[in-house]
Design a binder for this molecule. Structure first.
Ligand code: SAM
Length: 423
């Protein structure tokens, strides 16, 4: 197949949500002219830790089945600031100020931090949003990670919540959970005439009843959402990935269906995945193409419509692709024969199917017209689907038939799907 230049945009379904590769501030400035209002923004930026964070890429069928030798660690991002805290804080202040401008008047921002950056960022948030715009300091406490004997173990992150205007959209009814049957020591259990169980306490002349089936709303200390375990099915391989449940709680409380949500430090795409699960539309960006691809995978898996702005994404030509397309009733069928990249031999395994190509992490087929590539079908590996199907279809329509391959080593490749003539 003939390599072609990377298109400008890649469109899945209705193409509504947007994924961009680039610096948060630059992307936020770009969104500013194109969007009239984001209801909620979530930011989980680097924490000024000085660390380098890994992505564990599973390679081929065996890698996706958990074979350790076929899991390759790549750097996902580096959290080092040669210009010191000033450089970090100036980057964050710019991103926060631009995000605030994007918000609707009744919108809000959640900024996720830890002990390293919490103090400085709270002061910065007060400066950008105003002290009166502070709503909550949420403590997300978890048990994962080791324990130290030199000080109290650090077992929480902090999530600051600020509103843009005088009031903000907040729907506690969306995040309430049934009180349940926990007995409270100082209360007595009772059953009313309708058979509803309650716990009661008397104070002065009055009896206060708390019904088991009534909702309780979370406070600002969250202990009921655990960090992802190593083997959690939600895990993408991204070291600082947050749980979908954490984002779902924030989204449910502060947005409605179809609202816009934004995350300029997308990482593995947790905000996008949570937004898709709740019918919200999302704008995400990340400086790393690896993150944009993980977000692409998660939105595609959710069957969500989205557009990837491809500038800043890799465009490679060093692979040898052998594939063939042949006409079918509805259009074209593209069959993958082999895909080889330099240095890829060491990942090949004896158990491959004849057409199986270890290094293809994800591929799609579609049509390219005026710089826009519309995806007609795609396939990607996952724990439940480690082997690719080997063929995709392209429907009849305007534009050039094309194939997009994302290599497990990070490259992205574009080809024109030449029609096989049978000669
Ligand atoms: C802590 S991770 C986000 C994790 C994410 N919430 C998740 O659940 O997977 C921070 C992300 O910020 C990205 N990043 C760092 N500096 C950036 C910048 N200036 N602009 C955009 N993204 C940046 C990194 O590439 C990394 O993916």
């Amino acid at each position: 197949m003939k390599p072609i230049a990377r298109p400008d945009r890649e469109i899945h379904g209705d193409g509504v949500s947007r994924l961009c590769c680039g610096d948060a501030a630059a992307t936020l400035a770009r969104w500013h002219s194109a969007h009239d209002g984001v209801q909620m923004a979530y930011m989980d930026p680097p924490f000024m830790s000085g660390g380098a964070y890994q992505f564990r890429q599973r390679i081929g069928v065996e890698g996706w089945r958990g074979h350790r030798e076929l899991v390759r660690s790549r750097i996902a991002y580096i959290d080092r600031w040669p210009g010191g805290p000033e450089q970090y804080l100036s980057m964050m202040e710019q991103a926060v100020a631009l995000t605030r401008e994007l918000l609707r008047e009744d919108g809000c921002l959640f900024l996720h931090v830890d002990w390293r950056s919490a103090g400085d960022l709270r002061v910065m948030l007060d400066r950008v949003f105003g002290r009166r715009a502070f709503v909550n300091e949420i403590i997300w406490a978890y048990e994962s990670g080791g324990r130290t004997t030199t000080h109290f173990s650090r077992k929480h992150d902090t999530i600051f919540l600020y509103r843009k205007g005088k009031s903000f959209f907040f729907d506690p009814s969306a995040i309430g959970t049934a009180r349940g049957p926990q007995r409270r020591n100082h209360m007595r259990r009772g059953v009313d005439d309708d058979g509803r169980v309650y716990y009661a306490i008397n104070s002065g002349e009055r009896e206060y009843r708390y019904y088991e089936d009534e909702p309780v709303y979370p406070g600002d200390v969250w202990t009921d959402i655990s960090h992802l375990q190593q083997r959690d099915p939600e895990r993408t391989g991204f070291e600082t990935q947050k749980p979908v449940a954490l984002l779902q709680r924030m989204l449910l409380a502060t947005t409605r269906e179809d609202d816009w949500v934004c995350d300029p430090f997308a990482g593995s795409g947790t905000t996008a995945a949570a937004a898709a699960s709740l019918g919200r539309r999302v704008l995400t960006a990340d400086a790393s193409p690896l993150s944009v691809h993980q977000t692409r995978r998660r939105l595609a898996a959710a069957g969500s419509g989205f557009t990837v702005e491809l500038d800043g994404m890799p465009s490679d030509t060093d692979a040898e692709l052998s594939a063939q397309s042949s006409p079918t009733d509805g259009g074209l069928r593209v069959m993958l024969h082999s895909f080889r990249v330099p240095g890829g031999e060491r990942y090949s395994t004896p158990s491959l199917l004849p057409w199986e190509d270890t290094l293809v992490d994800y591929w799609s087929a579609g049509r390219l017209l005026d710089g826009e590539y519309t995806v007609h079908s795609f396939d990607m590996r996952s724990v439940s689907h480690p082997a690719l199907d080997g063929s995709l279809t392209i429907a009849h329509g305007p534009g050039v038939p094309a194939v997009h391959i994302v290599c497990a080593l990070g490259g992205e490749y574009w080809y024109e799907a030449e029609r096989y003539t049978g000669e």
